[in-house]
Design a protein around this ligand. Structure first.
Ligand SMILES: C[S@@+](CC[C@H](N)C(=O)[O-])C[C@H]1O[C@@H](n2cnc3c(N)ncnc32)[C@H](O)[C@@H]1O
Ligand code: SF4
Length: 344
């Protein structure tokens, strides 16, 4: 079976070149075509000898994704891709004033079972490889004709449930000869897998960390985020403190606001209390309604009151700019609809 060429780091591709009797600089040339020029057809590699081009074509898949559909709301664009094995994944292109961001998927589905998330409907199918994550960037750039400067791992899947491939992906996109995307422009969002947070503290690249908290106490979080029973809030905060101590980097806490569930002033006060004194920032996300789930978005006033309570308690807080609401933006919805997962 053919391998995906974007699963290879530069060093691995150099090794491959040597194994087939070529000079290591050929790997640099291949990287240039794949990541600087976003080429997906081996015939375009004009500075590579024809024999070697033939070999690359025989041994490797150059593009692992097919664009099935994309929807735009005038700003963001949501993509549905088909993988070589016919599974489907989503990515979202988000233009910001500071540059273009992409929200990528790290798994087909997710096994964490969060109550309000469409990604987990239908369960976890498989991990994505590093190259399949890289290809989300390449394909979105090729369709939009825009360069991506920021990457958030906030699509379907739990990045720390697929940590080796995620670190390899970061290596490939961060490499100067690859996409050359700065580590500080890459954000990993986790449901709070504690071992992953400790691994990230030791990871040499300065990527950002976001924690999906969504509740100020274990009683409520157990219901919304079932993996909390394994990794309760106090264990997550311990790991976050360790991360901040070692990296001196600010951590973001994501809090999806759900009407009458976690949006009371009491919840805001409790949240401020457990987070205060840390180098952190809270990002409030008014929940995206998910087909078949009962959760509702709070009123503007209630969101504002929650925000004000945190701010007056000295917590740095923002409300997420709502891009892509009209396009099934809640992660996993496009894919779930594609496969009629909602009806199963
Ligand atoms: C889809 S997850 C992927 C990354 C990782 N698994 C996590 O939970 O952080 C990215 C973010 O989207 C949030 N999310 C999931 N479903 C949502 C919904 N219906 N509305 C708003 N945010 C949602 C998650 O809680 C998380 O903060
Ligand atoms: S919110 Fe994240 S961890 Fe939870 S089910 Fe969705 S993708 Fe998985």
């Amino acid at each position: 079976m053919k391998k995906l060429i974007k699963d290879f780091t530069l060093d691995e591709l150099k090794k491959w070149a040597e194994e087939v009797g070529e000079k290591p600089f050929r790997a640099h040339q291949l990287f240039e075509w794949l990541y600087k020029k976003n080429a997906t057809d081996v015939n375009a590699f004009t500075n590579i000898p024809i024999e070697l081009r033939k070999r690359v074509g025989e041994e490797f898949v150059l593009n692992s994704l097919k664009v099935v559909e994309y929807q735009s709301d005038g700003e963001s664009i949501k993509f549905l891709f088909e993988l070589v094995d016919k599974n489907a994944i989503e990515s979202v292109f988000l233009p910001y004033s500071y540059g273009n961001a992409i929200c990528i998927s790290t798994q087909v589905g997710c096994r964490m079972n969060c109550a309000f998330c469409a990604s987990t409907i239908g369960g976890m199918v498989r991990n994505l490889s590093a190259g399949e994550m890289v290809d989300q960037i390449i394909n979105v750039e090729n369709v939009t004709k825009k360069r991506i400067s920021n990457v958030v791992l906030m699509g379907s899947g739990e990045p720390f449930d697929n940590i080796e491939n995620v670190f390899k992906f970061i290596d490939i996109i961060n490499t100067k000869e690859g996409k050359n995307i700065g580590a500080r422009h890459i954000t990993i969002s986790t449901v709070g897998i504690v071992e992953g947070i400790y691994r990230l503290s030791e990871y040499p690249k300065q990527v950002n960390l976001a924690i999906s908290l969504h509740a100020p106490n274990n009683q409520l979080r157990d219901k919304l985020v079932p993996i909390n029973r394994k990794y309760p809030i106090e264990e997550i905060l311990k790991a976050v403190d360790d991360y901040i101590r070692r990296t001196n980097r600010r951590v973001t806490f994501e809090y999806a606001l759900i009407e009458d569930i976690n949006d009371s002033i009491e919840c805001a006060k409790e949240l401020a209390k457990i987070l205060s004194g840390r180098l952190i920032h809270v990002n409030l996300i008014p929940i995206n309604p998910v087909y078949g789930k009962e959760f509702k978005r709070p009123s503007r006033e209630r969101i504002r009151d929650f925000y004000n309570t945190l701010e007056s308690a000295g917590i740095q807080v923002t409300i997420r700019r709502e891009l892509g609401n009209s396009i099934d933006a809640a992660c996993g919805q496009l894919r779930a609809r594609h496969y009629n997962i909602f009806d199963k």
